[in-house]
Ligand binder design. Structure first.
Ligand SMILES: [Mn+2]
Length: 326
């Protein structure tokens, strides 16, 4: 932490980036950091080559989000360092590889259990609620008084989305204390909740209904399938389907909920969630993925039916090993 504070004070030009398929913590931690660095007179840019979820537009609509090409053009040959937020693996950073290689230093701030400390500087706390909470800790260590409403909105959004509105085990006393502090800075929590949880489009709910029709259950786990044709039919962007997996988890007696998302032909993204004892980070790791104990994911390059088959076999085996056979 001390090294990171020194780094922030010493450096002048920062690129801030994160993982593909941006979620609330990705965007919240990046914008919180961006706003803070700008406020203390640094040159900072948020760079991510991806599309952004609609329900976070209230957060990012007033910011310029750069694409790799634009930032190369802008920086030319000037030196910069890279802050990687909320990303467990350097290969998952959604920015062009030469921008990663060209950075004078990489500062890795994250809470994924699967994080392999790929940075020059690493602040990785795998049981933290969110990367936003880690960014909050850093800002407090620099100067808590610098945290204003704008920074607060960004970090509160990351905290709320990564804890399922404080529902998950990862939301601890420190998370609630952080929330209270941010509210005292003027954050309008109802506005954030309305935007994220109470502004679904009609098409999104129709899509949800169709996905839920695929729900299957095998004693301790259940799963659903989202085919790419469903996204097309309801005109929903792939990156707007973040919360769907929870429906598979919120069933009495179910420990693991799984959602198979067909991103394109032969590319299936699998999201895992668990309630209390199953370590889904381990299950995802079996397919070269990772994440947290209660939330993880992986990508399988196979047709969807084959991906489903492989994962179900793995889940049955996992349940058996843990004495919870179906
Ligand atoms: Mn996160």
């Amino acid at each position: 932490m001390k090294d990171i504070i020194k780094y922030i004070k010493d450096e002048n030009t920062f690129l801030i980036t994160s993982h593909a398929s941006p979620d609330g913590d990705n965007v919240g931690s990046c914008l919180g950091m961006l706003e803070f660095l700008t406020k203390i007179g640094k040159e900072a840019y948020y760079v991510l080559d991806d599309s952004f979820p609609q329900n976070l537009s209230f957060l990012y609509e007033n910011y310029k989000i750069y694409e790799s090409e634009e930032i190369k053009e802008l920086l030319k040959e000037r030196p910069y360092s890279l802050i990687a937020l909320d990303c467990g693996d350097i290969k998952r950073l959604k920015i062009e590889p030469d921008l990663i290689e060209g950075a004078s230093l990489i500062c890795n701030i994250d809470h994924h259990k699967s994080n392999n400390n790929f940075g020059t500087l690493n602040y990785v706390v795998d049981n933290a609620s969110s990367t936003s909470e880690l960014v909050y800790n850093i800002l407090c260590a620099v100067d808590e008084n610098l945290i204003d409403e704008k920074i607060g909105i960004a970090l509160y959004t990351g905290l709320v989305t990564d804890t399922g509105n404080f529902m998950f085990e990862s939301a601890k006393d420190s998370s609630l204390i952080m929330a209270a502090k941010l509210l005292s800075k003027g954050v309008d929590k109802q506005k954030i909740i309305r935007s994220i949880y109470q502004s679904n489009s009609f098409d999104y709910l129709k899509l949800t209904a169709e996905v839920m029709m695929t729900l299957e259950k095998e004693k301790h786990f259940s799963y659903m399938i989202l085919e790419s044709s469903m996204l097309k039919k309801h005109s929903i962007d792939y990156n707007d389907t973040e919360g769907l997996v929870n429906h598979a988890l919120n069933i009495d007696g179910v420990e693991v909920g799984v959602l198979f998302k067909e991103q394109s032909e032969n590319v299936v993204k699998v999201s895992f969630r668990s309630k209390g004892w199953a370590n889904v980070n381990e299950i995802a790791k079996a397919f070269n993925g990772g994440g947290h104990e209660r939330a993880a994911g992986c990508t399988i390059n196979k047709p969807i039916d084959q991906a489903v088959y492989s994962v179900l076999e793995k889940l049955r085996e996992y349940m058996k090993i843990h004495g919870r056979s179906n």
